[in-house]
Design a protein around this ligand. Structure first.
Ligand code: MG
Length: 228
């Protein structure tokens, strides 16, 4: 793949495991409410908070991609329903984010990003709310593009084209690598990028989806594939 001039990288579950971080962040938000808005935790469990987060999506048609907005709105709604008359969503989301960014990148990530960034510019393309600076990986990336920036989430082709535009490189010269067969691989392929499936856990490929042209087990293998 010597013709590749830039690499777009998914973040969550590609550079670190997301599930445990979200779980700890939800606990942190719940603990924040216990300190500052105790009626919220008297009434709502962490599972209730998750359900509220899913429920508020209906109130924001066309904003399904905007996770920070949805999380803040859910926190506000919890406070209102518990009898408070102010909107603590911003502060509660900050408590959530602080723990959400306490992730440990997989062991191969640092050395591989070093190799990849020496060969071509890297752009981070995420539907999530990770803060690469807080995580300590920002220096490897030329640009960071989020669903909020673009106004659309992967697999929407606008997300991929937005990442390419930020680097000024045509999709046909860009490889996108990520863990999700639908969001990352099928999405990137439909947008005209070269898709690479990062399959760390050895998952089976989903039935009925056109197979990925390139599969790697980690980012070290991605650097090998791209001749970095
Ligand atoms: Mg991912």
């Amino acid at each position: 793949m010597q013709y590749i001039r830039a690499i777009s990288l998914d973040l969550d579950d590609t550079l670190w495991a997301l599930g445990p971080a979200i779980e700890r962040a939800e606990q942190a938000a719940h603990a924040w409410f216990a300190r500052h808005y105790p009626q919220v935790v008297a009434r709502f469990s962490i599972e209730d908070m998750r359900a509220m987060r899913r429920r508020v999506v209906a109130d924001f048609p066309g904003r399904e991609h905007d996770l920070p907005l949805l999380r803040r709105a859910a926190f506000n709604r919890l406070a209102r329903e518990a009898g408070y008359s102010d909107d603590p969503g911003e502060a509660a989301f900050a408590a959530f984010q602080q723990v959400r960014n306490q992730v440990t990148p997989f062991a191969d990530v640092g050395p591989a990003l070093e190799r990849l960034a020496r060969r071509v510019p890297l752009v981070a393309l995420t539907n999530g709310t990770a803060d690469l600076a807080a995580i300590g990986l920002r220096a490897y990336f030329t640009a960071v593009v989020t669903a909020v920036d673009i106004g659309a989430a992967k697999p929407d082709r606008r997300a991929f084209h937005g990442a390419c535009e930020r680097l000024g490189i045509e999709p046909g010269y860009v490889a996108h690598a990520g863990d999700d067969p639908h969001l990352d691989v099928a999405g990137a392929r439909a947008a005209g990028l070269h898709a690479v499936w990062v399959n760390r856990a050895g998952h089976p490929w989903p039935d009925g989806l056109e197979p990925a042209a390139h599969v790697v087990a980690d980012l070290g293998a991605l650097a090998d594939l791209l001749g970095a």
